[in-house]
Design a protein around this ligand. Structure first.
Ligand code: PBG
Ligand code: ZN
Length: 327
């Protein structure tokens, strides 16, 4: 059959046809909103490197989460800024730590919102690495024990999903065992399985003061040049019992999202990171781009690549755009 007369434009003529033919859609149910919680009182301070995103103190957390819930966002991911740092990152597993307190505050008043907690050490350690440092080297196995403690303390406070992000080998296996032993068999793990050593974390690191004080994260995060290695990381996490997998960052790694989606029948999250957010936000503040259109295009592309859920600093913006469209 000769198809040379096929006219693709036939189906693009009318808006309702275009809508009918849309292959990819997203809703607020697909989005997870990151929150930065800090000690102190009365704080709601905009983060320099991330316009529109705030450091929020515990006493302001409820009004913030209440607004998020009213906007119809179903899940938040918590990041804490500790009172003080130590070599082993003690506050990360302190029952009275910033994350543990935040979880309790939210669960008491807004129990239905899903709370996902990042399990890592970099915000909490003096050296800024994601694990325990011995002789200037990040000690994998010594770190596992602490990561387990962090996970259990978050579960005890009421976290719904534990998200290990330190990229230590065997972290999923070790955290799963520790959670099970502590009686948290039903708490799922969302592993940052394919986490790249990326410049797209820059604004986040200045927001939470977590830059490594010596060296870099190249000895534990993935080289951006590698795809097969990411697939092996995901495979290992699945074998260790992770419930959900993640690719991070999102936009420069759409190929990895797509590969992971084809290869693994696992719920797949993508982290649309701080750098990706700040690029769009700053260009939008300059008036150089149409922010709403660009964000819709970005989120659609991440879903089209195969992510089931997207962690996005734009979630609140998206929710208010949706609400305005309904008016
Ligand atoms: C902790 C962590 C980081 C991010 C999420 N969890 C930073 C890093 O690995 O340096 C980055 C989030 C973002 O850039 O939005 N390890
Ligand atoms: Zn870290």
């Amino acid at each position: 059959m000769n198809n040379n007369t096929m006219r693709m434009r036939r189906l693009r003529q009318k808006n309702f046809l275009r809508l009918l033919l849309s292959e990819t859609n997203f809703t607020l149910d697909d989005l997870i909103y990151p929150l930065f919680v800090t000690h102190g009182r009365g704080l709601r301070q905009e983060i320099d490197s991330m316009p529109g995103i705030y450091h929020i103190s515990l006493d302001n957390l409820i009004s913030e989460v209440d607004e998020i819930a009213r906007l119809n966002i179903k899940a938040v991911m918590l990041f804490g800024i500790p009172e003080s740092k130590s070599d082993v990152g003690m506050e990360a597993y302190d029952n009275g730590g910033i994350i543990q307190e935040s979880i309790r505050v939210i669960k008491q008043t807004i129990p239905d919102i899903v709370i996902i907690t990042d399990v890592c050490l970099c915000q909490y350690t003096t050296h800024g690495h994601c694990g325990i440092v011995h002789n200037n080297v990040v000690d994998n196995d010594a770190s596992l024990e602490i990561l387990g403690k962090i996970a259990v303390s978050q579960a005890e406070a009421g976290s719904d999903i534990i998200a290990p992000s330190s990229m230590m080998d065997m972290q999923v296996l070790s955290i799963r065992d520790t959670l099970d032993l502590a009686g948290f068999k039903d708490i799922p793990i969302m592993s940052y399985s394919a986490k790249y050593s990326s410049s797209f974390y820059g604004p986040f690191r200045s927001a939470v003061d977590s830059s490594p004080q010596f060296g870099d994260r190249n000895s534990y995060q993935i080289n951006p040049a590698n795809a097969k290695e990411a697939i092996r990381e995901i495979e290992l996490d699945i074998n260790q019992g992770t419930d959900l997998i993640m690719v991070k960052p999102a936009l420069s790694y759409l190929d990895i999202i797509s590969l992971a989606q084809q290869k693994f029948d696992y719920p797949l999250a993508a982290f649309n990171t701080s750098g990706e957010y700040s690029m769009v936000k700053s260009a939008s503040l300059k008036g150089w781009i149409d922010e709403k259109k660009m964000v819709y295009e970005i989120i659609t592309s991440i879903k089209r690549a195969g992510a089931n859920m997207i962690i996005s600093y734009h979630a609140k913006d998206i929710a208010s755009w949706f609400n305005n469209e309904l008016d």
